[in-house]
Ligand binder design. Structure first.
Ligand code: FES
Length: 313
């Protein structure tokens, strides 16, 4: 895994009552380049444990003087979003991972249809900069709740004009996915980021309209969810590790000094795949088939339930 970068918080502002934007600058010159759709993992030194959360880069990929992210305060935060909202201030130093991209823009698409739900707008902020630079054909459908999750809505209205379609859920407006996905030119690509039900809705609608799977792209922003505490045993070393209710299995392994490859920390990239040998698993990933889950798990999201879990580590 690449070494973490040290960045300084040079700006922080509330965009809505629950979304806070941060601007980071390098403490040692330029930041590494990135492509639109990339994310970084932000290291969060909570009092009781270290946490790493992934956030999309929203700044213009052509400008590597700064990185920007926007963070929604989660109702059931395990501490990460609360820490960023309440503890981090301008002037503070944070450690972040180098950017990685699991949600890249398709360079040869004839038309790009972007569909965002709430904080799912974040990867599209960088997309829009790249699409504008290419003079690409695109449109953005943005569903939110006014004065709560409508980050950048007014700014985007100014910038995109009729290419922006707004759906304010607090006044009853809803996305009509059948209409959005019908009668599109061959070579169109659709990208969706937002809550799980929106992702599922777009994927199912696209499938029923005959969209080829390779033209439907999605990014879930789910991370680890808390659960019951459980115990782990590592088969190769015999070590025993406790995983607390608020901790992910991956975080427990990292706290014990193990290095597990990871990119998304949300059960979608497949990087952290680990073989399990015994114990009942609550699989929460979106990668493994049920056959694969009988042998492997994704420790960034999945947990033991009940008995101790034995891992091939
Ligand atoms: S880090 Fe991506 S699936 Fe676990």
């Amino acid at each position: 895994m690449s070494a973490a970068l040290e960045v300084q918080v040079v700006d922080a502002r509330m965009l809505t009552p629950v979304i806070r934007e941060f601007t980071f600058a390098s403490r040692s010159g330029r930041l590494p380049g990135f492509s639109s759709g990339s994310h970084v993992q932000v290291h969060l030194p909570l009092a009781e444990r270290n946490l790493r959360n992934a956030y999309s880069l929203i700044s213009d990929p052509a400008d590597t003087r700064h990185y920007r992210i926007a963070v929604r305060l989660q109702d059931h935060s395990r501490g990460g979003s609360r820490y960023l909202h309440q503890q981090v201030n301008v002037g503070d130093t944070l450690r972040i991972s180098p950017p990685a991209n699991l949600f890249a823009l398709h360079s040869t698409a004839r038309q790009h249809i972007l569909i965002a739900g709430g904080i799912g707008i974040t990867p599209f902020m960088a997309y829009i900069s790249a699409l504008e630079q290419r003079s690409a054909d695109f449109e953005l459908h943005y569903a939110y709740r006014k004065h709560l999750t409508d980050a950048y809505a007014d700014e985007l209205q100014q910038r995109l004009g009729s290419r922006l379609h707004r759906y304010d859920g607090s006044s009853g407006a809803a996305l009509d996915l059948a209409a959005i996905l019908s009668d599109r030119p061959l070579g169109s690509h659709v990208y969706v980021c937002g809550p799980e039900r929106l992702l599922m809705g777009v994927r199912e609608q696209a499938k029923s309209l005959g969209w080829p799977p390779g033209r439907v792209h999605w990014e879930a922003f789910s991370g680890a969810e808390p659960g019951l505490p459980f115990s782990l045993e590592l088969a190769r070393s015999g070590r025993r590790i406790q995983v607390s209710a608020e901790q992910s299995l991956l975080e427990a392994l990292e706290s014990a000094g193990l290095e597990i490859p990871n990119l998304c920390r949300g059960g979608v990239c497949g990087q952290c795949v680990t073989r399990h040998l015994k114990g009942d698993i609550d699989h929460r990933d979106s990668v493994l088939s049920s056959t694969e889950q009988a042998e492997f798990l994704m420790p960034c999201v999945s947990r033991g339930c009940g008995s101790s879990v034995l891992l091939d580590l």
